[in-house]
Design a protein around this ligand. Structure first.
Ligand SMILES: [Zn+2]
Length: 100
């Protein structure tokens, strides 16, 4: 996400989606304490393979409260190939629909 305003709005959107709770353990979170975890990690390899639009898509993001929950959100294609592939296909077909 290039602009900080965009990132701010994205965080607000994600906090709303999570209803102010960690999406892993359910603990209440605030805008200040929330963390955004990537299911498919944003490593150079996956960024190159799938692109920013996929990795930074809301579906690839989990709202969580701590590093511990952050690591539980991880769904790397290396360890969860089926789930990860499903997620990627879902995001890619949504991105296609967005285009006019
Ligand atoms: Zn949590």
């Amino acid at each position: 996400m290039k602009k900080s305003q965009e990132y701010f709005e994205f965080r607000v959107k994600m906090l709303n989606r999570a209803n102010g709770k960690c999406e892993i353990c359910g603990k209440p979170i605030t805008f200040e304490t929330m963390q955004l975890a990537h299911k498919i990690p944003q490593t150079k390899f996956y960024l190159h393979k799938y692109g920013k639009k996929v990795l930074h898509n809301a579906r690839n993001i989990v709202v969580c409260c701590s590093l511990r929950c952050n690591s539980r959100a991880l769904m790397s294609p290396a360890t969860h190939p089926l789930e990860a592939n499903q997620l990627i296909e879902q995001i890619q077909s949504e991105i296609k629909k967005e285009k006019p």
